[in-house]
Design a protein around this ligand. Structure first.
Ligand SMILES: Cc1ncc(COP(=O)(O)O)c(C=O)c1O
Length: 450
């Protein structure tokens, strides 16, 4: 290939060039086939090359690809907002369409601050969050993110928003077991609010299932009920970052539904456009919009490409496809089957510490010693090694962080397209087993220079 000027994740790395995708598979220019067990980055929720979505985008492009949101609206954006409002729980009705998950969480944060301002409260400007979390790479979103590695370079520019422990039962900071733990990690929010002062705090943000920073950490059953109650008692909005978990990934449209709670604002992205178009959203309840509607009427956020008609047409077609093919209804049983198969691998390989997750957002944490849960040394690059070994075998898995300090820990996420069949799940598990077999051989030879 000619010299490349494209900035890729690693500047001097050679990446395969993908020729085309079909269903859960991608094919590179050399004809190598990859089973996409990561949906890219938990994004390609309905698989690759779905003709209904391509046709919908094409039809929209024939009419108009771009209109600017402060001059016009479009049928595609209006229809998408109506569809979303119908599919979401409670009165999460008001959709602000943006282009990435980072923009969605940052817009949610700005909406929360503005909600209080329009009610005449100027002091509530902090958005508290948890450690071992990721809400995006822009500075506002990164300020809310408790992702040690991704914050490190920019710490002087960031707000100190992460304040409490995550619900990380495998490494419970209190050495307790749910549900008899009293949900102490959730109650940390109350302590933090009292120390900082509710009068300073606009909202609390959390990922219902922790993704990139933790490797699919799902909370114990009543965790979010406690969180929601604390938020309500202290006049703090609850923002659910469902960029990774939303649009059916865990078996319901929003993961929050599984714990019987509804956020004041939700951020969606990734699976919303399922990779067919860059689109994301911050969606607010009537309660949040009410004072803004009665006040300035202008939500102070936005991007040139917000509510892009072609991207909206793609997302609308994705939602319709999910509904017409009953895809979300089948996620729970598929997830149970796949998690069972991963548990079987855990019994075979001594470096698997934990298998966890919800629906088709599953995680595997790797440890040096299963009994003590000791992580591998950081510079042994265990996650990267496993991701690379899998890729050689034609299996794509998603690298994630793990460990309570956000530095020492290794995990991968298994998050295939929601359309995956049982036969394909078996193929996935077979490739993963071979990958782990190769890794075990490496381990037995020693980790080399670390
Ligand atoms: C939970 C969550 N929120 C926000 C983001 C940021 O989304 P994006 O990469 O589209 O900006 C991500 C990305 O991984 C995410 O997992």
């Amino acid at each position: 290939m000619d010299h490349s000027f494209l900035i890729k994740p690693l500047l001097d790395e050679t990446y395969p060039v993908i020729d085309y995708g079909k269903g859960i598979h991608l094919f590179d220019m050399d004809g190598k086939k990859y089973l996409d067990a990561a949906s890219g980055a938990v994004t390609a929720n309905i698989g690759h090359g779905v003709s209904e979505i391509i046709e919908a985008m094409n039809e929209q492009a024939k009419k108009v690809s771009f209109v600017y949101r402060s001059q016009f609206t479009s049928e595609a954006a209006e229809d998408l907002a109506r569809k979303m409002s119908g599919m979401l729980s409670g009165d999460l009705n008001w959709c602000f369409f943006v282009n990435s998950g980072s923009e969605a969480t940052e817009t949610a944060m700005k909406m929360a601050i503005q909600y209080w301002q329009e009610k005449g409260v100027q002091t509530k400007t902090k958005v508290l969050s948890r450690w071992v979390s990721y809400h995006g790479i822009t500075l506002g979103a990164l300020s809310m993110s408790g992702h040690t590695g991704r914050r490190a370079r920019f710490v002087p520019l960031l707000e100190d928003f992460p304040v409490i422990n995550p619900p990380y039962c495998y490494r419970c900071p209190y050495n307790l077991e749910a549900p008899n733990c009293g949900y102490l990690c959730a109650h940390e929010l109350e302590t933090a609010i009292k120390r900082i002062g509710a009068v300073q705090i606009a909202a609390f943000i959390a990922e219902p299932v922790i993704g990139a920073a933790g490797g699919a950490i799902a909370p114990p059953k009543d965790y979010y009920k406690v969180i929601k109650r604390i938020c309500e008692e202290h006049d703090i909005l609850f923002i659910a970052d469902e960029v990774m978990t939303g649009c059916g990934r865990t078996g319901t449209m929003l993961a929050c539904e599984q714990w019987g709670i509804s956020p004041d604002i939700v951020a969606l992205g990734k699976g919303m456009g399922a990779g067919y178009a860059p689109i994301a959203a911050a969606i607010a309840t009537e309660k949040v919009i009410e004072p803004i509607l009665a006040g300035t009427k202008l939500v102070m956020s936005g991007h040139t490409l917000s509510a892009n008609p072609q991207a909206c047409a793609a997302a609308l077609a994705v939602l319709q496809y999910l509904e017409q093919n009953n895809i979300i209804q089948e996620v729970e049983s598929k997830g149970v089957y796949l998690q069972d198969q991963l548990e079987k691998l855990k019994a075979l390989f001594p470096f698997i510490g934990d298998v966890r997750g919800k629906g088709l957002l599953l995680g595997i944490e790797f440890v040096q010693d299963v009994d003590s849960k000791t992580p591998f040394p950081r510079n042994a690059r265990i996650t990267q090694r496993i991701v690379e070994l899998a890729k050689e075998k034609g299996l794509l898995v998603y690298p994630a962080g793990a460990g309570i300090d956000g530095i020492n820990g290794d995990s991968i996420i298994i998050s295939p397209p929601l359309t995956i069949t049982k036969i394909e799940m078996d193929e996935l598990v077979h490739l993963l087993k071979e990958t782990f077999g190769d890794f075990l051989n490496q381990l037995m030879k020693g980790l080399g220079e670390v």
